[in-house]
Write a protein of this length. Structure first.
Length: 170
């Protein structure tokens, strides 16, 4: 599959079959995140694999958007490890982590694994419940699973702004 088709086919999967995602596929998603380009190759992000009932329960306490998944990847940014643009002190940790998270999401699609980018969670509570997350800006929670037979793109998936509104040739 070419990349443009992969990008167009990817959608936010919110219904899973209940079949667990194999460890080998999770490892490939992690490899894709690790291959992401980052500013000055600093890689100021972390990826946490959350694959146990205890962690699933903790995540469910911080968001209603688990979609009954039992496996998750979480991506966080570490500001003090990132490249900082000199002239305005712009820290690229979150940008770099978002690039890595996007690579993860696209590799999931390539592997036939459903996911969606969940940003709606109580970060403070999640860090309280899982102290290892302290010191990171948590940017993306990915519930993982195989799409159920009822899974389909949401109505807004196909609603896009016009190219002329978003792209300007100078």
């Amino acid at each position: 599959m070419d990349f443009l088709q992969l990008a167009k086919d990817r959608y936010s999967c919110r219904k899973f079959s209940g079949q667990r995602v194999e460890a080998e596929k999770i490892e490939k998603m992690i490899e894709a995140g690790l291959a992401a380009p980052t500013a000055v190759n600093k890689q100021p992000f972390r990826i946490w694999v959350m694959d146990s009932p205890g962690l699933t329960e903790k995540i469910a306490r911080t968001t209603k958007f688990t979609f009954q998944a039992e496996q998750f990847l979480l991506v966080g940014a570490k500001a003090d490890e990132a490249w900082v643009r000199q002239h305005d002190q712009k820290n690229f940790a979150e940008v770099d982590a978002a690039i890595a998270a996007t690579h993860i999401m696209m590799e999931a699609q390539q592997l036939g694994v459903g996911t969606t980018w969940v940003g709606h969670f109580d970060e403070g509570l999640l860090k309280e419940l899982i102290p290892e997350l302290q010191g990171y800006e948590l940017i993306a929670l990915f519930p993982l699973g195989y799409p159920s037979d009822e899974a389909k793109p949401a109505g807004l998936h196909y609603k896009c702004r016009e190219k002329e509104e978003l792209v300007k040739y100078l």
